[in-house]
Design a protein around this ligand. Structure first.
Ligand code: ATP
Ligand code: MG
Length: 392
């Protein structure tokens, strides 16, 4: 029965002098993830490895699922361990482990022993040979292949003796919190949750802003965004979701500006507001789900026009992705089902039949002057009414 996990990490292993910061962050994230499953774990770092050891019974599937959402983990190895009661008892345990773990034994294998406790009477070569022999005696259908085995049975001698062999892939990436924080413009669509997930995967903590336009967008649409934030939070940790009431700003733009420029002007105001909140909350950039050419507001010219109003870097991790690739990721991370629920988002209601696809920035700027009378006040009001929801 699995009693512990050996957690492997790839990329953070190469960070030189900062390595320990990354390792500590990963340990924190693992603790946080495992705290939510029933069962107590002690998580510790020794010899460049991280172990999560169960202190009693726990739900194995749940623990693995949670670990698979911790960025920075490259692989999860479920381990069993025994107290050191002599080599004979270890041999019996290893044979039993192989029997239970691999019902289909017509396979090649090797034993990879590691003697972290140097006082152990056998060295690693001797252990490989002895344990390999015992496995062959018990299961003659298995064959040894030291170069390219199908199964590697790891045996680690420490205070206790640990045995593991299965390797479950982790999500990769960097531990959240090692890369600063960014503000995700989160809509109810397919793209923005994927964009947030991708940046979080690089170690960045995520806050989010959603522009809500009641009564044109329903409470259900808002709830959908909260649900999506929760899906991102399962990987990225707690997300502070800012809900901004955008209705009056939208109506005012609708009233004062050419309708074919409505979307682009609206997007410029979304960026301005998002940047304002981002700066107040120490975010180092904005994130959107845009990809070149996907819709009129995502042509190179439109992206230039939206970027122009923003002083912070705007990260668009999906910029070169096809919709199909984005859908694949959203299915993998579990946001797709929520994203395709049919609630209006605020853009779809006000879109023009023929929005400009090549906006001219100076024309846009000129038309924005139509808003001079009231827009600053409306923006101030929207910011003052910011509703912050902590989504875990
Ligand atoms: P998504 O699938 O992410 O909604 P989309 O293909 O529908 O994207 P747009 O509606 O043009 O594209 O939005 C582009 C980006 O602008 C979104 O990915 C998101 O980052 C941001 N955005 C759009 N609408 C909103 C909103 N109501 N609140 C917050 N951000 C938004
Ligand atoms: Mg959208």
């Amino acid at each position: 029965m699995c009693r512990a996990f050996l957690i492997k990490y790839a990329e953070i292993g190469i960070k030189g002098k900062n390595r320990y910061l990354f390792e500590n962050a990963l340990v924190q994230q693992i603790k946080y993830a495992l705290k939510k499953c029933d069962g107590q774990f002690s998580v510790r770092k020794t010899d460049g490895r991280i172990y999560a050891e169960a202190e009693g019974d726990f739900d194995y599937e749940d623990a693995v699922a949670r670990l698979q959402k911790v960025f920075g983990i490259s692989a999860i190895c479920p381990m069993v361990y025994v107290e050191d009661e002599g080599f004979e008892s270890l041999g019996r345990m290893v044979v039993d482990y192989v029997g239970r773990t691999y019902p289909d034994r017509n396979r090649t294998f090797k034993v990879a022993a590691r003697r972290a406790r140097k006082s152990y009477p056998l060295d690693s070569m001797e252990m490989n040979a002895e344990l390999g022999g015992l496995i062959l005696d018990a299961y003659p259908e298995m064959r040894v292949d030291v170069h390219n085995p199908e199964i590697v049975i790891h045996v680690e001698v420490r205070d206790r003796i640990y045995v593991y062999s299965a390797v479950i892939p982790g999500p990769g990436g960097m531990p959240v919190g090692t890369g600063g924080k960014a503000m995700l413009l989160l809509s109810g669509g397919i793209d923005s949750p994927v964009a947030g997930w991708m940046i979080a995967k690089r170690g960045v903590k995520i806050d989010a802003v959603y522009f809500h336009a009641p009564p044109y967008t329903s409470e259900r649409a808002k709830q959908k965004v909260v649900d999506l934030a929760a899906k991102v939070a399962a990987y990225a940790g707690p997300v502070y979701l800012h809900v901004i009431n955008f209705t009056e700003i939208q109506l005012y733009i609708y009233d004062k500006c050419p309708h074919d420029e409505l979307t682009i002007i609206m997007r410029r105001y979304m960026m301005r507001i998002a940047e304002h909140i981002a700066r107040e909350t120490e975010c180092l950039g904005l994130i959107t789900g845009e990809s070149i050419g996907q819709v009129a507001s995502q042509t190179m010219q439109s992206l230039m026009a939206t970027d122009e109003v923003c002083g912070l870097p705007v990260y668009r991790p999906l910029i070169g992705f096809d919709k199909m690739d984005i859908v694949d990721i959203s299915e993998k991370i579990g946001t797709y089902e929520t994203s395709i629920q049919p609630y209006e988002d605020c853009c779809t209601i006000f879109v023009a039949k023929h929005p400009v696809t090549k906006p001219n920035v100076s024309v846009i700027r000129r038309h924005e002057h139509n808003l001079d009378e009231k827009i600053d006040e409306l923006v101030r009001k929207a910011l003052a009414d910011d509703e912050v929801i902590v989504v875990r």
